[in-house]
Design a binder for this molecule. Sequence first.
Ligand code: GAL
Length: 723
Amino acid sequence: MRRIIPLNRDWGYKESFDENDILGNDKEFSKVQLPHANKTTPYNCFDEKMYQFVSAYRKNFKVDHKAGERVFIDFEGVMTYAKVYINGHYLGDHKGGYTPFSFDMTDYLQEENVLTVMVDSTERNDIPPFGFTIDYLCYGGIYREVNLRVVDENHIDNVFVKPRVGETNGLELEVFIKGQAEMIEVCIFDEAEIARKTFNLGEKISFDDLAVSLWEIDAPKLYEASVNLIKDNQVIDTYSTRFGFRSCEFKTSGFYLNGKKIKIRGLNRHQAFPYVGYAMPKRAQKKDADILKYDLGLNLVRTSHYPQSRHFLDRCDEIGLLVFEEIPGWQHIGDKAWQDVAVENVREMIERDWNHPSIILWGTRINESMDNHDFYKSTHELAKSLDDTRQTGGVRCIENSELIEDVYTMNDFNLNDVNKPLRYQREVTGLDREVPYLVTEYNGHMYPTKRFDSEERMVEHCKRHLLVQNDMMLQDNISGAIGWCAFDYNTHFQFGSGDRICYHGVMDMFRIPKFASYVYKSQADHDYVLEPVTLWARGEKGEFEGKSFLPLTVLSNCEKISVTVKDETKFFYPKSQTYKGLSHAPFEVKDFETIQDWGSGWQDGIFKGYVNDQVVVEKSFSAAPIAHDLEVSLDDVVLESGDYDVTRMLVKVVDQSGNILPYINESVDVHVIGVGQIIGPKRLNLIGGCIGAWIKTNGQAGSIEISVESDRFENKNLSIQVK
Ligand code: GAL
């Protein structure tokens, strides 16, 4: 029977490669764990050439297998070009860092095996997204997991579960087989089995009238299909996959999930993290999905600009976060051979991901490239031939672009005209009819904002996100809008703030919120949100009508808010007239008498949010904040042994009211003992009063003790159990 054996521990790694490395001496190799970044990068201000080199990876392993079984090596992601050797025999190569690939090693296996991978992490002109400049870094190394797969020589290669949702619910299944068999048995599971049928090979595999719950954003019910391959009356292989019952369709009138219209409120995500770039394991990938859904209140993420980790997508399935996934690329289209790789990327992406209910749209264009009829006809048609259940889009930034895909997906950077944050769709498409239409980027480079920028800039940053969200809600033929972007990211020197960071996120690289993140969170109803967009400092803003702290924007999903300064309490209501589209318009605090002009007494401020006249959330600000405490928190205090695991630590200095002090720039030292270590530097400098870091396990069970030391505060001690 099928066995999947993770092969992520104790690889050899060397920062160069020559033919002798294919079988040569192990001594030159250092020990590393996968996912692995070929180079650890600093937080910013580094030369992106530092990880662009060719390296060698080496793994010694044994594997039991019987006659009649095949042993495959499955790579989930190697950046960017790989050549794979087993026991000195060349198995083949793979172009492209974002999609999986496999080789059958069986004929060359021995008792003890040496697997060698040459990894070329240079920006090769023959592989998307490279060939011109791109606004992000792609890093290097074997940065996703590797597995051994032992299967019968007759086995299941892939399964595509196609749910049918309507008056009755059912499904069809496509089963892809390597070799020979006679029958296929399919079992559908909830917690228990809900259906089971046997089919002859070649017979249509279909189930009707299933009593199932649909996969919804707020109730993302998942099922499992388990497929048995039968030969000589024996089950010789079993392939299981998760899926959900849902329908999805972009129409001219918007996007529909299970027949219900949903306005898409999304952000773009790059899969990069500080120090290790793309090489983050499961828990960090899943956490990002949670952040997007729960901390940002989004209903969709675009995996800009490439297929992302399966763990991330799995989590999107589990929590009900819609996904728009696209092939790798950025503005540039290469020659025919380059385009062939891009077409192959379409196949690899779809065949890997077609069972994720969260994915509702395939992106079959190179992000923001020019029209190219033949190329995009072939990517679109391939997508449709592989998957007739989903529509395609292709992200462009040009008007009057040829619509080959099902959905006109447009990066609309129009916000300099504040009266018209988004263009009308016909103005963009140039068509004489409405088509399914989705805005896939806005803001970003038009208004980069750091988490430690001045209050005025942060207010404007929020306003720009509010205006677009409002406008997309008001335009019925816009399915939704996906902002640029969720998290700041390291980038090439041609972009960003000169320090190799694009500060385009509504959160920073550590996923610490900027005020603009509350624009999104306040539109959702998961939690009560009350976020005054202020540093509550008298001299932070210029004078305005004699009152230096007014007007003040408050982002909240409450019905009304009160603000108390000294003895004066005033109530405010959402600016629903200005923001007619938003379910929760922002508040504007003004006309406050207590604090008059510059130089008069400065006071504490108390904000309260009300629903049904009850206070549901409260926030206060100190007039005279001082560094009161060093707060250190962990996202998880229990991790898993085995392949290495990670969790995020946040360190902040807060004042007496618990607010981060934005201009404190002190450093802390982190000491980690036990079965783990910190990723990146051990001395952390607060950036805007706060910093993050990831703690990783070394694979063993036990405990990790963390001590955070600073000059001003007592040491903070935390511990993590690794089970
Ligand atoms: C877009 C591009 C994104 C990012 C963004 C910055 O043109 O698609 O990848 O660079 O600009 O605003």
